[in-house]
Design a protein around this ligand. Structure first.
Ligand SMILES: [Zn+2]
Length: 83
C-alpha cells in the first residue's frame, strides 16, 4: 500500500512539473511575441526624418530640428547652419 501511494505521488509530481514547464514555456513565448509586436509598433509609429546634411534617416525623437529641417546630430545641424 505504501509503495502504491509513493508511485501515485511520484506520478502526480512529474505531471505537475510537466504542466509547470509547459506554462512557463508558453509564458516566455507570449512575452517574446509581445516584445516583437511592441518593436514593430515602435518602428511603424515613429516617423523617420532624413538628415538635411548627410541624408541619414533617424527617428523623429532622435532627430535635431532646426529651421524646419531635421538633422541626425547637433554637429550636422551646426555644420548646415554654418553654410
Ligand atoms: Zn547628418
Amino acid at each position: 500500500m505504501g509503495k502504491l501511494l509513493f508511485w501515485i505521488i511520484l506520478g502526480a509530481a512529474i505531471y505537475l512539473g510537466y504542466r509547470l514547464f509547459l506554462v512557463s514555456q508558453r509564458r516566455s513565448e507570449r512575452a517574446a511575441q509581445q516584445a516583437a509586436r511592441k518593436r514593430e509598433r515602435e518602428e511603424q509609429g515613429e516617423p523617420m526624418r532624413s538628415c538635411a546634411h548627410c541624408g541619414v534617416h533617424v527617428p523623429q525623437s532622435d532627430a535635431v530640428a532646426h529651421g524646419g529641417q531635421y538633422f541626425c546630430s547637433i554637429a550636422h545641424r551646426d555644420e548646415a547652419a554654418r553654410r
